[in-house]
Design a protein around this ligand. Sequence first.
Ligand code: GLU
Length: 561
Amino acid sequence: MSVEINEIVRKYALQNAALYGGKANPKAVMGKVMAEQPELRPRAREVSAATKKVCLEVSSLSFDDICRMTEAIDPSLLEKTKCERKNSLPDLPFAEEGKVVMRMAPGPSGPLHLGHTRVAILNDEYVRRYKGKYINRLEDTNPDRIDPDAYKMIPEDLKWLGVDVDETVIQSDRFELYYDVARRLIDLRKAYVCTCEAEQMREFKEQSRACPHHDQTPEEAHELFSKMLSHHFSEGEAVLVVKTDLHHPNPAVRDFVGLRIVDSVPHPRTGTRYTVYPMMNLSVAVDDHELGLTHVIRGKDHLNNTLRQEYIFNYLGWKKPQYFHYGLVSIPDSILKTSTIREGISAGKFSGWDDVRLGTVRAMARRGIQAEAIRNYWVDVGMKEVDIEFSWDNLYAFNKQIVDKVADRYFFVWDAESIDIVGVDRIEAHCPLHPDHKERGCRDHSLTSPLSVFMTREDLQGFKERGTVRLKDLCNLRWENGQAVYAGNDISVLKEGWKIAHWAPPGAIPAKVLLPDGASKDGVAEPIPASAIGEVIQFERFGFVRVEDVAPSIRAYFAHT
Ligand code: GLU
């Protein structure tokens, strides 16, 4: 690996670490390096290895050193940091560098969707800031709602998001631990086995009354709990209840179920070995303690759960993490519900979890939404406690900040119509790949007699009505006697009010752009090199798209305008 490459990698590793509180993310750094030096793409492996190494070195430096060294290379690298991060997150109380432990705790019912990304990113931001530990805890204690593929998909999604996971924990590996805690709560007379009907139990709680099982002795409760474990009871016949305060003003917080029986469905990982399952309030409290969580960020919908879980911490004398509850987010115009998506996939309605009509992380990736844009979006929203509606426009604005600089430009002509041009034998067109980066070169088109181009039906109609049009980077045309006549190439016509249109050469390739609402735009586009597959490009005057295929026809997914 040349010295020069190492230098570029180092520059971006330092900038990234300065941007993210001291920890450089190899994926993000690699993205910057490739954007600056696209000719390194064929050597991606080599660059990736160097990036990993340099990121590790940089991350071991102190934050002050990182900022100082970044500034020494180029002070504007830090200015950029400041401007991109103007809404930086508040510090966490009691957060000591190197001691912070935080987590993401998704249920493996499917891959991650946009709604999950807030907690994933906020935790990651803080773990980076305090050089802490990030745990991904897969909460799979509801066998009814598990998709075995999610165990693989969730870590993939986190990786794509640029979240650095230090440890993965799967709750179904930890049944014995939950049983032990249940036994300890029984010993403390803080838990009992209840065999009331669910309806009856609810009534007792609503009336702040103890059910007939509430005052069991530990011996009685142990015996019943053993019976739960030895399949003496079936699903719905017995639950282990954690005592709280029957007079708690909020009925939802009065005695809650800690473990229940599920014997109607086997667990994808443990089969029928365990049929007594912890409810989330028990398993979350136990694991947050066992894994040494220092700070827990969760949505406001968990406020009652936090209250319930605190009882367990208090009974067992455990030190509680700091809890933070951010406001709820509603995400409009998006399909997020795992069960709906799964049914849609099996019915053939959706092509898969990355169908661009969905709100999954995979669908975002497929459309060319950058992980960094999602991150910037949530950092900007911050930890606000007010409920918000997700703004697609803002996400797109963040994405545009990133892709606009790197996306090469091409012409895509939808509703294409061919038009002959007279009055000229040959035109050489040199259309820059990027208007601000001429050094990237041009798309060169040589049009020879008989000349023709493709235009959108609408542009062609407008041309005929107005009598003039400028074809971008090609020439000016006048509509005379039912013909498109060459009228030079002086772009000052734009000042005179001529409209500009884009076009495609006669050798254009059939192209289809799939839109997030399920519709598509069909047309033709300039040939696009295979190296653009997987990249975001801009179809001028149409929008940013991610290229999926370039031959024999072009296929792309729409991100935004
Ligand atoms: N599995 C739960 C969820 O994703 C846990 C979250 C939490 O305890 O904060 O909603």
